[in-house]
Design a protein around this ligand. Sequence first.
Ligand code: PLP
Length: 398
Amino acid sequence: MSMFTAVEMAPRDPILGLNEQFAADSNPNKVNLGVGVYYDDNGKLPLLRCVQAVEEDMIKAPKARGYLPIDGIAAYDEAVKGLVFGAGSEPVKSGRVATIQGIGGTGGLKVGADFLKKLNPKAKVLISNPSWENHRALFTNAGFVVEEYPYYDAAKRGIDFDGMLGALNAAPAGTVVVLHACCHNPTGYDIRADQWDQVVAAVKEKKLVAFLDMAYQGFGYGIQEDGAAIGKFVAAGLSFFVSTSFSKSFSLYGERVGALSVLCEDKEEAGRVLSQLKIAIRTNYSNPPTHGGAVVATVLGSPELRTLWEKELGEMRDRIKLMRHKLVDGLLAAGVKQDMHFITDQIGMFSYSGLNKDQMVRLRQEFGVYGTDTGRMCVAALNSKNIDYVCQSIAKVL
Ligand code: PLP
């Protein structure tokens, strides 16, 4: 009898399971739209030119790898504050933002969750229905009871905003509300600016704790535009949490670059909060890795490289939008009678296609087109070579 006899097999990660199925599929036309990754028009994961430029310089002047400070590279944390709140903004200038370099956006969320659990052990967490699959698991593992607020309305093909607001208004004080700052994953539907105002007012009035997950800043409309919700929370005088991910925006998935920022009332408070975030880090992984953070800090700290990054980010954003239009046109050309224009109303990497589980299974089995059973497709994995095939395949299962 082994000490692990009673250990049960954990369920497979649904997306990774899909990737394995895709890898084993012998269909020469197969297309993987199940991923949460941006591919270029050649179906390749891009290595951004700004990243390559920094790495070439690093090779010319190689450096030893010492430990980083617990909260990461200071210039990186400053750059993150600038992106999230605006470089010259009052919260940044007054020093009341506590920012740590995280291990991807996931790491930022986890450090924030651990800190919140200590701060308010009885609080509940609300996530959107549906949400990024890991939100529930991450906050549950941090010890929280996780519930949902209504978000997607399948019948309306949009957002059940009344339901969302109703749930926030009914939540007890101290409830942590996880909000997608932009480019909602998985639905692709974001709330409007005037609806954000109402969310901010509800958070303030009901004394909730906003935790904004910003994994796609720059993938929607632009860096500033996608951060607009943050500005609204600042203007309302609230303290809140923001996790950042550079996985997509720098195409640095495997380097695990992200952050957590906590807006506090003043500089002194930010110092105390930072000291607690550092404890969460120290007792989990001690300090962050060097490479990805150094690359991002260098790009964001150099006017030329930053301009190049914004250009490359804009190219990714525009290509996704082009694919949305091609998808709508292609489906029409393939004989689809339903109105598919909702695809261009959606924003970010994903589209909730409205296809049901049976249709998604048929797409996989008969055509080698892989999306999740929920109907989520990654528009950022479409390209000029696979788009016609995908449209024809969807038309056949609709
Ligand atoms: N939050 C959301 C909404 C995401 O979609 C993702 C990645 O897919 C993450 C967080 C995690 O980002 P990272 O890979 O940087 O940990």
